[in-house]
Design a protein around this ligand. Structure first.
Ligand code: ADP
Length: 326
Protein backbone atom coordinates (compact mmCIF):
# COMPACT_ATOMS: atom_id res chain seq x y z
CA UNK A 1 0.00 0.00 0.00
CA UNK A 2 2.81 2.37 0.97
CA UNK A 3 4.58 1.48 -2.26
CA UNK A 4 1.40 2.21 -4.26
CA UNK A 5 1.09 5.67 -2.70
CA UNK A 6 4.70 6.36 -3.54
CA UNK A 7 4.05 5.50 -7.22
CA UNK A 8 0.86 7.65 -7.34
CA UNK A 9 2.70 10.54 -5.65
CA UNK A 10 5.61 10.32 -8.10
CA UNK A 11 3.14 10.20 -11.07
CA UNK A 12 1.24 13.29 -9.84
CA UNK A 13 4.52 15.07 -9.30
CA UNK A 14 5.62 14.24 -12.86
CA UNK A 15 2.34 15.45 -14.37
CA UNK A 16 2.44 18.72 -12.37
CA UNK A 17 6.00 19.21 -13.55
CA UNK A 18 5.02 18.78 -17.22
CA UNK A 19 2.04 21.18 -16.91
CA UNK A 20 4.16 23.70 -14.98
CA UNK A 21 6.95 23.55 -17.59
CA UNK A 22 4.39 23.94 -20.37
CA UNK A 23 2.90 27.04 -18.75
CA UNK A 24 6.28 28.62 -18.01
CA UNK A 25 7.70 27.96 -21.50
CA UNK A 26 4.40 29.12 -23.09
CA UNK A 27 4.33 32.32 -21.01
CA UNK A 28 7.98 33.11 -21.75
CA UNK A 29 7.44 32.44 -25.43
CA UNK A 30 4.42 34.85 -25.57
CA UNK A 31 6.28 37.52 -23.59
CA UNK A 32 9.59 37.46 -25.45
CA UNK A 33 8.28 36.74 -28.93
CA UNK A 34 5.87 39.74 -28.62
CA UNK A 35 8.73 42.01 -27.55
CA UNK A 36 11.00 40.69 -30.33
CA UNK A 37 8.29 41.23 -32.94
CA UNK A 38 7.63 44.79 -31.66
CA UNK A 39 11.37 45.51 -31.90
CA UNK A 40 11.54 44.20 -35.45
CA UNK A 41 8.81 46.34 -37.02
CA UNK A 42 6.20 49.05 -36.43
CA UNK A 43 4.12 47.90 -39.38
CA UNK A 44 0.70 46.91 -37.95
CA UNK A 45 -0.13 44.51 -40.78
CA UNK A 46 3.22 42.72 -40.56
CA UNK A 47 2.89 42.52 -36.78
CA UNK A 48 -0.55 40.86 -37.08
CA UNK A 49 0.87 38.32 -39.55
CA UNK A 50 3.82 37.59 -37.23
CA UNK A 51 1.35 37.06 -34.33
CA UNK A 52 -0.61 34.57 -36.46
CA UNK A 53 2.56 32.63 -37.42
CA UNK A 54 3.65 32.69 -33.76
CA UNK A 55 0.29 31.25 -32.76
CA UNK A 56 0.57 28.51 -35.36
CA UNK A 57 4.14 27.77 -34.28
CA UNK A 58 2.97 27.45 -30.66
CA UNK A 59 0.09 25.15 -31.64
CA UNK A 60 2.49 23.01 -33.71
CA UNK A 61 5.00 22.72 -30.84
CA UNK A 62 2.20 21.87 -28.39
CA UNK A 63 0.92 19.17 -30.77
CA UNK A 64 4.38 17.63 -31.22
CA UNK A 65 5.05 17.66 -27.45
CA UNK A 66 1.65 16.11 -26.69
CA UNK A 67 2.21 13.46 -29.37
CA UNK A 68 5.62 12.52 -27.92
CA UNK A 69 4.29 12.40 -24.34
CA UNK A 70 1.25 10.35 -25.37
CA UNK A 71 3.45 7.94 -27.32
CA UNK A 72 5.74 7.43 -24.30
CA UNK A 73 2.73 6.82 -22.02
CA UNK A 74 1.04 4.44 -24.45
CA UNK A 75 4.26 2.45 -24.90
CA UNK A 76 4.58 2.17 -21.11
CA UNK A 77 0.97 1.00 -20.86
CA UNK A 78 1.45 -1.53 -23.65
CA UNK A 79 4.59 -2.91 -21.98
CA UNK A 80 2.74 -3.22 -18.66
CA UNK A 81 -0.12 -4.99 -20.44
CA UNK A 82 2.24 -7.47 -22.15
CA UNK A 83 4.01 -8.11 -18.81
CA UNK A 84 0.66 -8.66 -17.05
CA UNK A 85 -0.45 -11.14 -19.73
CA UNK A 86 2.91 -12.92 -19.54
CA UNK A 87 2.69 -13.09 -15.73
CA UNK A 88 -0.82 -14.46 -16.00
CA UNK A 89 0.30 -17.16 -18.42
CA UNK A 90 3.28 -17.99 -16.24
CA UNK A 91 1.04 -18.29 -13.19
CA UNK A 92 -1.41 -20.58 -14.97
CA UNK A 93 1.47 -22.73 -16.25
CA UNK A 94 2.87 -22.77 -12.72
CA UNK A 95 -0.46 -23.86 -11.22
CA UNK A 96 -0.79 -26.62 -13.80
CA UNK A 97 2.76 -27.71 -13.10
CA UNK A 98 2.39 -27.63 -9.35
CA UNK A 99 -0.86 -29.60 -9.35
CA UNK A 100 0.84 -32.19 -11.58
CA UNK A 101 3.85 -32.23 -9.27
CA UNK A 102 1.60 -32.82 -6.25
CA UNK A 103 -0.85 -35.25 -7.80
CA UNK A 104 1.79 -37.67 -9.12
CA UNK A 105 3.32 -38.55 -5.72
CA UNK A 106 -0.12 -38.35 -4.02
CA UNK A 107 -1.51 -40.93 -6.46
CA UNK A 108 1.49 -43.17 -5.84
CA UNK A 109 1.03 -42.89 -2.05
CA UNK A 110 -2.72 -43.59 -2.19
CA UNK A 111 -2.33 -46.41 -4.75
CA UNK A 112 0.42 -48.28 -2.97
CA UNK A 113 -1.09 -47.93 0.50
CA UNK A 114 -4.38 -49.35 -0.88
CA UNK A 115 -2.53 -52.31 -2.41
CA UNK A 116 -0.78 -52.92 0.89
CA UNK A 117 -4.04 -52.75 2.83
CA UNK A 118 -5.98 -55.08 0.54
CA UNK A 119 -3.68 -57.91 -0.44
CA UNK A 120 -1.41 -60.42 1.17
CA UNK A 121 1.88 -59.30 -0.33
CA UNK A 122 5.32 -60.83 0.13
CA UNK A 123 7.77 -59.01 2.40
CA UNK A 124 9.90 -58.11 -0.63
CA UNK A 125 6.92 -56.51 -2.40
CA UNK A 126 5.87 -54.65 0.73
CA UNK A 127 9.39 -53.32 1.06
CA UNK A 128 9.31 -52.10 -2.54
CA UNK A 129 5.92 -50.40 -2.03
CA UNK A 130 7.15 -48.71 1.13
CA UNK A 131 10.18 -47.43 -0.78
CA UNK A 132 7.90 -45.91 -3.42
CA UNK A 133 5.70 -44.35 -0.73
CA UNK A 134 8.73 -42.95 1.06
CA UNK A 135 10.15 -41.48 -2.16
CA UNK A 136 6.76 -39.99 -3.09
CA UNK A 137 6.34 -38.32 0.32
CA UNK A 138 9.79 -36.80 0.00
CA UNK A 139 8.91 -35.55 -3.48
CA UNK A 140 5.71 -34.04 -2.11
CA UNK A 141 7.55 -32.43 0.78
CA UNK A 142 10.01 -30.96 -1.73
CA UNK A 143 7.18 -29.26 -3.64
CA UNK A 144 5.59 -27.93 -0.43
CA UNK A 145 9.00 -26.66 0.77
CA UNK A 146 9.58 -24.89 -2.57
CA UNK A 147 6.21 -23.12 -2.42
CA UNK A 148 6.62 -22.13 1.24
CA UNK A 149 10.20 -20.94 0.66
CA UNK A 150 9.40 -18.79 -2.37
CA UNK A 151 6.43 -17.16 -0.64
CA UNK A 152 8.53 -16.46 2.45
CA UNK A 153 11.31 -14.98 0.31
CA UNK A 154 8.80 -12.84 -1.60
CA UNK A 155 7.14 -11.51 1.53
CA UNK A 156 10.55 -10.76 3.00
CA UNK A 157 10.05 -12.69 6.23
CA UNK A 158 13.18 -14.80 5.95
CA UNK A 159 15.79 -14.07 8.58
CA UNK A 160 19.46 -14.67 8.11
CA UNK A 161 21.30 -16.70 10.73
CA UNK A 162 25.03 -16.47 11.25
CA UNK A 163 26.61 -19.88 11.69
CA UNK A 164 30.24 -20.82 11.78
CA UNK A 165 30.40 -23.18 8.81
CA UNK A 166 33.43 -25.35 8.14
CA UNK A 167 33.44 -25.53 4.37
CA UNK A 168 35.33 -28.79 3.82
CA UNK A 169 33.13 -30.62 6.32
CA UNK A 170 29.98 -29.28 4.68
CA UNK A 171 31.25 -30.32 1.24
CA UNK A 172 32.11 -33.82 2.49
CA UNK A 173 28.67 -34.25 4.11
CA UNK A 174 26.96 -33.28 0.87
CA UNK A 175 29.20 -35.66 -1.07
CA UNK A 176 28.26 -38.55 1.23
CA UNK A 177 24.55 -37.83 0.90
CA UNK A 178 24.64 -37.54 -2.92
CA UNK A 179 26.88 -40.51 -3.70
CA UNK A 180 24.08 -43.12 -3.34
CA UNK A 181 21.80 -40.95 -5.54
CA UNK A 182 24.14 -41.07 -8.55
CA UNK A 183 22.98 -42.81 -11.71
CA UNK A 184 25.28 -45.59 -12.95
CA UNK A 185 26.86 -43.62 -15.77
CA UNK A 186 27.42 -40.42 -13.84
CA UNK A 187 30.52 -39.73 -11.81
CA UNK A 188 30.34 -37.35 -8.88
CA UNK A 189 33.44 -35.45 -7.86
CA UNK A 190 34.25 -32.82 -5.28
CA UNK A 191 36.89 -30.14 -5.77
CA UNK A 192 37.88 -28.28 -2.60
CA UNK A 193 39.71 -24.98 -2.93
CA UNK A 194 41.69 -25.62 0.26
CA UNK A 195 41.70 -29.39 0.87
CA UNK A 196 42.78 -30.74 4.24
CA UNK A 197 42.37 -27.37 6.01
CA UNK A 198 39.78 -25.84 8.28
CA UNK A 199 38.02 -23.10 6.33
CA UNK A 200 35.45 -21.29 8.44
CA UNK A 201 32.78 -19.13 6.87
CA UNK A 202 30.28 -17.03 8.82
CA UNK A 203 27.01 -17.54 7.01
CA UNK A 204 23.56 -19.16 7.21
CA UNK A 205 24.34 -22.88 6.90
CA UNK A 206 20.80 -24.03 6.07
CA UNK A 207 20.43 -21.51 3.26
CA UNK A 208 23.88 -22.27 1.87
CA UNK A 209 23.06 -26.01 1.89
CA UNK A 210 19.70 -25.32 0.22
CA UNK A 211 21.36 -23.49 -2.69
CA UNK A 212 23.98 -26.20 -3.13
CA UNK A 213 21.45 -29.04 -2.99
CA UNK A 214 19.06 -27.26 -5.39
CA UNK A 215 21.89 -26.91 -7.91
CA UNK A 216 23.06 -30.50 -7.40
CA UNK A 217 19.48 -31.80 -7.77
CA UNK A 218 19.18 -29.91 -11.06
CA UNK A 219 22.55 -31.22 -12.25
CA UNK A 220 21.32 -34.74 -11.51
CA UNK A 221 17.97 -34.14 -13.16
CA UNK A 222 19.35 -32.69 -16.38
CA UNK A 223 22.43 -34.90 -16.81
CA UNK A 224 22.08 -38.35 -18.33
CA UNK A 225 25.73 -39.34 -18.57
CA UNK A 226 29.18 -37.97 -17.79
CA UNK A 227 30.22 -36.02 -14.74
CA UNK A 228 28.91 -33.81 -12.01
CA UNK A 229 31.57 -31.83 -10.22
CA UNK A 230 31.08 -29.36 -7.41
CA UNK A 231 33.26 -27.43 -5.04
CA UNK A 232 34.50 -24.02 -4.02
CA UNK A 233 37.50 -21.72 -4.23
CA UNK A 234 38.55 -18.65 -2.26
CA UNK A 235 38.71 -15.61 -4.49
CA UNK A 236 39.12 -11.89 -3.67
CA UNK A 237 37.50 -11.93 -0.20
CA UNK A 238 34.76 -14.16 -1.53
CA UNK A 239 34.04 -17.85 -1.60
CA UNK A 240 33.01 -18.93 -5.08
CA UNK A 241 31.04 -22.17 -5.24
CA UNK A 242 30.31 -24.09 -8.42
CA UNK A 243 28.23 -27.03 -9.63
CA UNK A 244 29.29 -28.28 -13.04
CA UNK A 245 27.60 -30.94 -15.15
CA UNK A 246 27.86 -32.52 -18.58
CA UNK A 247 24.11 -32.43 -19.08
CA UNK A 248 21.74 -31.01 -21.67
CA UNK A 249 22.90 -27.41 -21.21
CA UNK A 250 20.90 -24.18 -21.53
CA UNK A 251 20.61 -21.83 -24.52
CA UNK A 252 22.35 -18.47 -23.99
CA UNK A 253 19.18 -16.36 -24.28
CA UNK A 254 17.70 -18.21 -21.28
CA UNK A 255 20.66 -17.75 -18.93
CA UNK A 256 19.05 -14.88 -17.02
CA UNK A 257 15.35 -15.82 -17.29
CA UNK A 258 15.77 -19.23 -15.64
CA UNK A 259 16.40 -17.41 -12.35
CA UNK A 260 12.97 -15.79 -12.55
CA UNK A 261 9.94 -17.27 -10.80
CA UNK A 262 8.03 -20.04 -12.57
CA UNK A 263 10.28 -19.98 -15.63
CA UNK A 264 11.32 -23.31 -16.96
CA UNK A 265 13.73 -23.20 -19.84
CA UNK A 266 11.66 -25.51 -21.99
CA UNK A 267 8.08 -26.18 -20.97
CA UNK A 268 7.96 -29.46 -22.91
CA UNK A 269 11.13 -30.62 -21.27
CA UNK A 270 9.80 -29.55 -17.88
CA UNK A 271 6.77 -31.74 -18.44
CA UNK A 272 9.00 -34.71 -19.07
CA UNK A 273 11.43 -34.12 -16.24
CA UNK A 274 9.06 -32.63 -13.69
CA UNK A 275 9.83 -29.71 -11.43
CA UNK A 276 8.03 -26.60 -10.29
CA UNK A 277 10.35 -24.05 -11.90
CA UNK A 278 10.98 -22.53 -8.47
CA UNK A 279 14.36 -24.06 -7.58
CA UNK A 280 16.58 -21.44 -9.20
CA UNK A 281 14.43 -18.49 -8.15
CA UNK A 282 14.71 -19.77 -4.56
CA UNK A 283 18.51 -19.91 -5.02
CA UNK A 284 18.50 -16.34 -6.38
CA UNK A 285 16.28 -15.15 -3.49
CA UNK A 286 18.52 -16.82 -0.91
CA UNK A 287 21.62 -15.35 -2.52
CA UNK A 288 20.07 -11.88 -2.25
CA UNK A 289 19.46 -12.49 1.46
CA UNK A 290 23.01 -13.79 2.01
CA UNK A 291 24.49 -10.90 0.03
CA UNK A 292 25.83 -13.11 -2.74
CA UNK A 293 25.56 -13.53 -6.49
CA UNK A 294 24.47 -16.43 -8.66
CA UNK A 295 25.01 -16.96 -12.37
CA UNK A 296 25.36 -19.66 -15.01
CA UNK A 297 27.67 -20.53 -17.88
CA UNK A 298 26.21 -23.12 -20.16
CA UNK A 299 26.17 -24.49 -23.68
CA UNK A 300 23.42 -26.71 -25.08
CA UNK A 301 24.48 -30.38 -25.39
CA UNK A 302 27.80 -29.67 -23.63
CA UNK A 303 26.80 -28.88 -20.05
CA UNK A 304 26.25 -26.19 -17.45
CA UNK A 305 28.23 -24.65 -14.63
CA UNK A 306 26.26 -22.77 -11.99
CA UNK A 307 28.33 -20.42 -9.83
CA UNK A 308 27.48 -18.53 -6.70
CA UNK A 309 29.71 -16.41 -4.56
CA UNK A 310 29.39 -15.31 -0.96
CA UNK A 311 31.21 -12.55 0.88
CA UNK A 312 33.97 -14.37 2.72
CA UNK A 313 33.77 -13.45 6.36
CA UNK A 314 36.37 -16.14 6.77
CA UNK A 315 37.67 -16.56 10.31
CA UNK A 316 41.29 -16.06 11.37
CA UNK A 317 42.21 -19.69 11.13
CA UNK A 318 41.27 -19.72 7.47
CA UNK A 319 43.06 -16.46 6.73
CA UNK A 320 46.15 -17.93 8.31
CA UNK A 321 45.70 -21.04 6.21
CA UNK A 322 45.26 -18.91 3.10
CA UNK A 323 48.45 -16.96 3.83
CA UNK A 324 50.52 -20.06 4.45
CA UNK A 325 49.35 -21.62 1.19
CA UNK A 326 49.89 -18.60 -1.07
P1 ADP B 1 12.79 -26.89 -12.22
O1 ADP B 1 14.06 -27.66 -12.28
O2 ADP B 1 11.90 -27.30 -11.11
O3 ADP B 1 12.10 -26.81 -13.55
P2 ADP B 1 14.49 -24.64 -11.64
O4 ADP B 1 14.18 -23.25 -11.24
O5 ADP B 1 15.37 -25.42 -10.74
O6 ADP B 1 13.12 -25.36 -11.88
O7 ADP B 1 15.17 -24.59 -13.08
C1 ADP B 1 14.58 -23.77 -14.10
C2 ADP B 1 14.95 -24.31 -15.46
O8 ADP B 1 16.35 -24.15 -15.70
C3 ADP B 1 14.69 -25.81 -15.61
O9 ADP B 1 13.37 -26.07 -16.00
C4 ADP B 1 15.70 -26.22 -16.67
O10 ADP B 1 15.16 -26.02 -17.97
C5 ADP B 1 16.85 -25.24 -16.48
N1 ADP B 1 17.97 -25.86 -15.72
C6 ADP B 1 18.26 -25.70 -14.42
N2 ADP B 1 19.37 -26.38 -14.07
C7 ADP B 1 19.83 -26.97 -15.20
C8 ADP B 1 20.96 -27.81 -15.51
N3 ADP B 1 21.86 -28.16 -14.59
N4 ADP B 1 21.09 -28.22 -16.80
C9 ADP B 1 20.20 -27.86 -17.75
N5 ADP B 1 19.10 -27.08 -17.52
C10 ADP B 1 18.92 -26.64 -16.26
Amino acid sequence: MKQQWKVIYSRIKFEYLIVGLYLIIGGLWILFSDRMAANLTDNEELLTRIQTYKGWFYVLMTGISLFILLKIYLEKLRKAEVKAIENDQLKSAFLQNISHEMRTPMNAIIGFTEIMMQSEESEANKHYYLEVIHKSTQQLLGVVNDVVDISMIETGIVVQNKDKVELNLLMDDIYKSYLPEMKENIQLSLKKGQPGKFIYLMTDEIKLKRVLTNLLNNALKYTHKGQIEYGYRLKDHKVEFFVKDTGIGIAKELHSTIFERFKQAEIELARRTGGTGLGLSICKGLMDILGGDIWVESEPHVGSTFYFSLPAKVENEAVAVKKSVS
